[in-house]
Write a protein of this length. Structure first.
Length: 182
């Protein structure tokens, strides 16, 4: 099987899962170009629209795939929601990204044949509801070749089924237990 091409990948994650993000970047070095936001890159005191613009124009700008590393609290994070939303927009300056979710070993549904959509970032779950879904979701397996192929499959799907980006953006982080209505 030919090797999947190298893609520019934006990595979206909750800071509690930093060790997995670091491991992902190290493991995929040479296989992807990391386009993710680092601590301190964006001042959280900025206006909401400024943050959204910076995420899209300064970090996701020429990414081809967004990888969402999904830990137990990722579904609650406003920046993850904004990053997924920005990745799904198709603009003249920034074409939309493919979308791949990777369930981390600390996620309650890791290793299950199914996952609770309530424990997935809502905008990602919205795009994983049909057989021809826009997004892919897989379990972290630590195997570079598999992840590289998942990234390439997400890239190939970006021009197929249109994504669902109709959900209102989070204005703040969510707290407490998830519910069916988020």
């Amino acid at each position: 099987m030919p090797q999947a091409p190298r893609h520019k990948v934006f990595i979206s994650f909750h800071h509690d899962d930093q060790k997995y993000k670091d491991r992902f970047v190290q493991m995929m070095e040479g296989d992807v170009v990391d386009k993710s936001v680092e601590d301190g890159d964006i001042d959280d005191r900025n206006k909401k629209e400024t943050i959204r613009r910076r995420i899209r124009d300064d970090f996701i700008a020429d990414a081809t795939v967004t990888v969402v590393l999904i830990g137990p609290c990722t579904w609650q994070r406003k920046h993850v929601d904004w990053e997924i939303g920005s990745s799904l927009r198709d603009t003249e300056k920034n074409p939309r990204c493919g979308l791949l979710g990777i369930l981390l070993p600390n996620h309650p549904n890791f290793g299950s044949k199914t996952f609770n959509p309530c424990l997935i970032p809502p905008r990602l779950a919205d795009n994983r509801t049909r057989n021809d879904s826009y997004a892919l979701i897989s379990d972290w397996n630590g195997q570079t070749v598999n992840i590289r192929n998942w990234i390439h499959r997400a890239f190939q799907r970006r021009d197929g089924t249109p994504p669902n980006n109709s959900r209102e953006q989070f204005s703040r982080n969510r707290s407490g237990n998830c519910s069916a209505g988020w």
